[in-house]
Design a protein around this ligand. Structure first.
Ligand code: NAD
Length: 230
C-alpha cells in the first residue's frame, strides 16, 4: 500500500487521559478504580451484578464529564491544521473530541452511549446521564453501557487497520499494548512511516518505534511542534 506522508494516525489508550485525572487500567494491580476488571468489564460480570456494573460506569461517566482535555489531547487536535489526522482510541472518554479532534474512532466504545442487551446495534446517545436498572430499549431490553467488554467484538478494527497502514506518521500514546486485537495494530504501520510511542513505563517498546518516555501532557506537545516544524 502506498504511504500518505501527509497523514497521521494517533493510537491512544488510557495514559493519554491520565494527565486529565482519569486513572488508567492496569496501573497498579489489574484493578480499575478499585474493582477487579472481570467484575466490571465482562459480560459475565454484568450478568452477575447489573447494578454494580451500571453504578460503576455511571461513576466513570460523571468523572469524565468533570475532567478536562489536557495538553496532549489539544496538541493532537492542533495537528489537523497541518495534516490529515485520524485518532484511533481505546478510551471510552470523549476527551479527544472535547480537545478538538474531529476524526475519532472509538474501538472500545463510548461512555456517552448506551445500548440494548438484545443486540449491539441499538445504540443511544445519552450524554452524561446515568443508566439505571429498568431503563430499556423499545423492545424491553435493559440498557447497558456501549463499552466493549472482554470477550466482545471490537469496533471499527478494519477501518483502523486501513488507516494505520498508509499513514506517514504514527503516534502511539498511553497504551500498555496489552489489550488485543488493538495492540496488534502497531505492527501494521507502513515500514517507511515515522513511528513514535509515548508511555511512562513500557518494558519492551515495539520494534521500529522511537520511544519517548514521560507524561503525555509534556511529551506530546513537543512532538507535535517537531512534526509541524519539519
Ligand atoms: P493501560 O491502563 O493498560 O496502560 C496505560 C499506559 O499508559 C501504560 O503504558 C502507561 O505507561 C501509560 N501512561 C500512564 N500514564 C501516562 C501519562 N501520564 N502519559 C503517558 N503515558 C501514560 O491502558 P490501555 O492500553 O488503554 O488499556 C486499558 C483499557 O481500559 C482500554 O481499552 C480502555 O477501554 C479502558 N480504560 C479507558 C479509560 C479512559 O477512557 N480514559 C481509562 C481506563 C481504562
Amino acid at each position: 500500500m502506498a504511504m500518505n506522508p501527509n497523514k497521521i494516525v494517533v493510537l491512544s489508550g488510557a495514559g493519554v487521559s491520565a494527565d486529565s485525572g482519569i486513572n488508567t487500567f492496569r496501573a497498579a494491580d489489574g484493578l480499575w478504580e478499585s474493582h477487579r476488571v472481570e467484575d466490571v468489564a465482562s459480560p459475565e460480570g454484568f450478568a452477575a451484578n447489573h447494578e454494580l456494573v451500571l453504578r460503576f460506569y455511571n461513576e466513570r461517566r460523571r468523572q469524565i464529564q468533570q475532567a478536562k482535555p489536557n495538553a496532549a489531547h489539544m496538541a493532537i487536535a492542533s495537528l489537523e491544521s497541518h495534516f490529515e489526522v485520524v485518532v484511533i482510541t481505546q478510551n471510552i472518554d470523549d476527551l479527544h473530541e472535547r480537545g478538538g479532534s474531529s476524526n475519532v474512532l472509538h474501538v472500545h466504545g463510548e461512555i456517552t452511549k448506551a445500548r440494548s442487551v438484545y443486540d449491539d446495534v441499538t445504540v443511544f446517545n445519552i450524554g452524561y446521564e446515568d443508566i439505571n436498572l429498568g431503563d430499556t430499549c423499545e423492545l424491553g431490553g435493559q440498557l447497558r453501557p456501549h463499552i466493549v467488554w472482554f470477550g466482545e467484538a471490537v469496533e471499527h478494527i478494519d477501518t483502523a487497520l486501513d488507516h494505520i497502514s498508509d499513514a506517514g506518521k504514527v503516534l502511539v500514546v498511553g497504551t500498555s499494548l496489552n489489550v488485543f486485537p488493538v495492540a496488534g495494530l502497531v505492527r501494521y504501520a507502513h515500514p517507511n512511516a515515522e513511528k513514535v510511542i509515548n508511555a511512562l513505563d513500557l518494558e519492551a517498546p515495539p520494534a521500529n518505534y522511537e520511544y519517548l518516555q514521560g507524561k503525555a501532557a509534556k511529551v506530546v506537545p513537543s512532538l507535535v511542534q517537531r512534526w509541524i516544524a519539519q
